[in-house]
Design a protein around this ligand. Sequence first.
Ligand SMILES: [Zn+2]
Length: 150
Amino acid sequence: MILKKTQKKMLSSHFSLNEMIYSETAINHHIDNMPSETEIENLKYLCEKILEPMRQHFGVIRINSGFRCPLLNQRVGGVGNSQHQFGEAADIRCCDKDLARKYFDFIVAHCVYDQLLFEYNRCGIFWIHVSIKRDEKNRRMRIENYPAKH
Ligand SMILES: [Zn+2]
């Protein structure tokens, strides 16, 4: 019952809590990847300020990784101070480099953000890492061609 309630909970018009906490690694390792109320508020802010405007412009967008509790973050090899742990960051799936470029440029032009990374790995997979803080001290820090360690 609790799980069903969680799955249905919407953070914004198009993004559900479930979508922002889903992780195969968490399921496989029985990690309870549930954010606190504050972290949920952070996720909502991220959805409203960045993901919804992107959804409106590009149509459906897919989230590879949103919230990660510290244990999950450790499991997936995330950096120690990762904003994923606070519900402030999302990794957006990109089917190719061109789309990743379009997402990146859209965020730069239309959104407030704290950190924006154009990431890729050795397998040629691209994704956009974007974060935002609710305290308005957003750094607008962007790094192009950020190689992931894994
Ligand atoms: Zn990320």
